[in-house]
Design a protein around this ligand. Structure first.
Ligand code: HEM
Length: 289
């Protein structure tokens, strides 16, 4: 069974244009001012997924699907153009958005057994959110909010509310007297380290090497700079994005596209900080093979 308006996607007028490397493929697309975004949300209310709807391990892509913006509500058969539109809305620059979309659509295409090696470089025509749950491509161990794929309950797609609660507790205990409680970069370092240690203990098939660590740092950057701002996200917003996979009413996408240089700097900092002197991880060095 799919949700009522599973085919609904965004269709608003374009407020500004964005070209790029694959400009002919992805031509015109829009970013929204805070006012336009508010209008968009009104016409695309949150509806939780129905039982047959596809969802991914990515809270943000699920959020878009839950509002029927860019991604159909049933999470199925979205196009390159729609994913590109989503990234532009989120403040990713057109060149990077094109690169990400093209890579993802090549990476997740399933070639037929008798296809040639050249077919491996062809793009899927559409993707569904559940295909992003395939372990070992973008989906990796030591996620902030999901179980590892190869340990019970063998589900790396559904959010684990207890893990989001752990993040909230970290934020609450480290900002005891603050008026607005936020989950910040220090809380992030702590949570990822603690997840890493747990996964070392629980997952005999753990694979968390440079690429996965770097991807994790990039996801944390997206969490604290695109969903949140300036290395932090308010507790309310974090819960809505990560638990309900819903856009907060008082949130809007960043005003200016993300600077690539500052993003890379932050990602490297996040990557390093999680690895830096960490007694818990150092104590489990014997796990290295
Ligand atoms: C700018 C937009 C995006 C934001 C803000 C975002 C946010 C996030 C966050 C915060 C996580 C970490 C979840 C966790 O560790 O529990 C995540 C994971 C993930 N994202 Fe996204 N994401 C974005 C774009 C994308 C795109 C374009 C794709 C691919 C089409 C994608 C695929 C994934 C996947 C597969 C994971 C799971 C990784 C894991 O196993 O932990 N995301 N995303």
């Amino acid at each position: 069974m799919t949700s009522p308006s599973s085919q609904e996607t965004s269709n608003l007028p374009h407020s500004s244009t964005s070209g790029g490397f694959f400009a002919n493929l992805f031509s015109r697309t829009q970013r929204y001012s805070p006012e336009e975004w508010k209008e968009l949300l009104k016409s695309h209310p949150y509806v939780p997924p129905g039982s047959g709807d596809a969802r991914s391990p990515c809270p943000l892509l699920n959020t878009f699907a839950n509002h029927g913006i860019s991604i159909p509500r049933n999470g199925r058969n979205f196009t390159k153009r729609q994913l590109y539109e989503l990234l532009i809305i989120m403040g990713v620059k057109s060149m990077l958005a094109s690169l990400v979309v093209t890579s993802v659509f090549v990476m997740y295409r399933q070639p037929a057994p008798n296809s040639t090696w050249r077919d491996s470089f062809r793009s899927a025509s559409t993707l569904s959110l559940d295909s992003l749950g395939i372990h070992g491509l973008l989906e990796h161990d030591v996620s902030l909010t999901r179980h590892d794929a190869q340990i019970a309950p063998y589900d790396a797609v559904s959010v684990v509310p207890e893990l989001v609660q752990q993040m909230a507790t970290l934020a609450q205990t480290s900002h005891l007297n603050a008026e607005n409680i936020v989950f910040d970069d220090e809380n992030y370092f702590h949570h990822r380290k603690s997840r890493w240690l747990t996964c070392i203990k629980e997952n005999p098939y753990l694979h968390y090497s440079f690429i996965q660590q770097f991807l994790s740092a990039a996801e944390a950057h997206l969490l604290l700079h695109l969903l949140g701002r300036n290395d932090q996200i308010s507790l309310d917003h974090m819960n809505l994005f990560l638990l309900d996979e819903r856009f907060p009413d008082n949130w809007h996408p960043i005003d200016r596209p993300l600077s690539g240089l500052s993003a890379i700097r932050t990602i490297i900092r996040y990557y390093r900080r999680v690895r830096q002197t960490n007694p818990m991880l150092a104590a489990s060095k014997g796990t290295e093979s």
